[in-house]
Design a protein around this ligand. Sequence first.
Ligand code: GAP
Length: 546
Amino acid sequence: MPASSLESIVSLSKRRGIIFPSSAIYGGLGSTWDYGPLGVELKNNVKRAWWRSVVHERDDMEGLDAAILMNRLVWKYSGHEATFSDPMTDCRVCRARPRADHLFLAQKGREPKGLPEINAAIAARELKCPKCGSTDLTEARPFNLMFKTTVGAVDTGDESALAYLRPETAQGIFVNFGNVLDTMRRKLPFGIAQIGKAFRNEITPGNFTFRTREFEQMEIEYFVKPGEDEAAHQAWIDARTAWYHDLGLRPENLRQREQEKHELAHYAKRCVDLEYRFPMGWSELEGIANRTDFDLLAHSRGPSNPDSLEELRYFDPEQKKHIVPYVIEPSAGADRATLAFLCDAYEEALVKEPPEAETAKLKELVGSFARSVEKRDKLDPDVKARLLASAAAIEAGLPGTLPALLGLGDDPEANRIEVFKKVRGVADKLGEEFTRTVLRLDPRLAPISAAVFPLKKNEPRLVELARSIKRDLQAEGIHTVYDDTGAIGKLYRRQDEIGTPYCLTVDFQSLEDGTVTVRDRDTMAQQRAGRGELAALVKPKRRAPR
Ligand code: GAP
């Protein structure tokens, strides 16, 4: 079972150096996160796997790393200056500032047709503030999501030095279309891939790293002849889905969602979202759009763009004429993909059964928690039903449901019930001893590939052998760590929690015959292997699907 709550991922990430809240020593900055020592390895592995798959392993792709700061005209002609905005309204009573289109959808049950329809509903007092319920809302105004900055040492006070932090990496690719085409002597179809930071002043960031104001994108613009666009689009939808499957995302947690006509961006002919079943529900992981010839035309010199110095087109040797290619855009988020892999890999599992008396005590406590929930008349009926259903399933399944009970420990509603503190106390204690948290990451994504331990840290011969095995593996390009800061059982638990596929223990037998114990993260099976076999054994490779 993947993570049932984002809290368990947030807490593991903080505890084990994967992701920290940013600027925490100054009280933090809402929805900004820093990748710690293990998080940066994980995210780099995600990005490397993407790059390998879409650039190195294909013959029709090139890479690019364009600047974050670009000429402001890029954002004028891309349409972002005029249209990259969310409609906001202010509540005159409580000062809340909700997104007006979200209010419309939630309260009228359908998407609004545009700003005028939203404002008509506000004027007719049909929309309510989600915080205080007032209908006294201001007219909705568009709020542009691009972060502004100024370029150069002199602040001229006018807009001549204005620049934006790019809100997507895609435009850097479009404006380099001609450069790549000419220098790499490409013929259609071909594509350009780029990984890089993007910035959006999101109104409602949240859900950990799912929606932030600074994030990383992994984008492809794939250029094809018009008429060949639909087949290429479908091929990319299939290829990108296969990439997530290959890296271990469970098929039942990944789905393709066809965008409906009214959702499509004005330039898109078709768009399919790849959605992942995050703990907060199905949400977009990647969008794969057919953008037609919109972008290359928009940036090409012509009557509607006198500022561009180029015509972004392609000479088709078969037709013997210039054409404007169509563009297929698979656009993924590196942070979202990393979060999805983390959620999917997270597992709390029972490793051995606690004594019967302990299980009976816990059952009794869960039963009294359920009775206490039952008596709460003021509890929201949905919350009540959810807590009662969880308690009943957990009580019936103990001790096998101990991991689920530990997961319930992250639920704020459960924690509001007094007796739950007692349940948690006993469950946490049993959890320490009888369960383990394991990140079943694909070995190619795991932050560390192998960990080497000496059985005794005060035995110099064991320490030296363990350290030299670490050096050997590192020289083979396998990210390996040495650790002697605890008993072997504790070290296994720590490596399980961060997803290390193999632990190697050097013991006295190793000194005699050169073999070490290799312990597998997923099966916990142990085998002895000779030093010469280790690199082949632990080298990151695909695991059989779960
Ligand atoms: N060039 C097209 C484009 O940018 P998008 O759907 O706005 O399309 C593409 O973004 C992907 O970038 C999303 O599927 C998501 O993975 C990621 N992304 C977008 N906004 C994000 C945010 N605020 N925080 C984290 N990731 C984000």
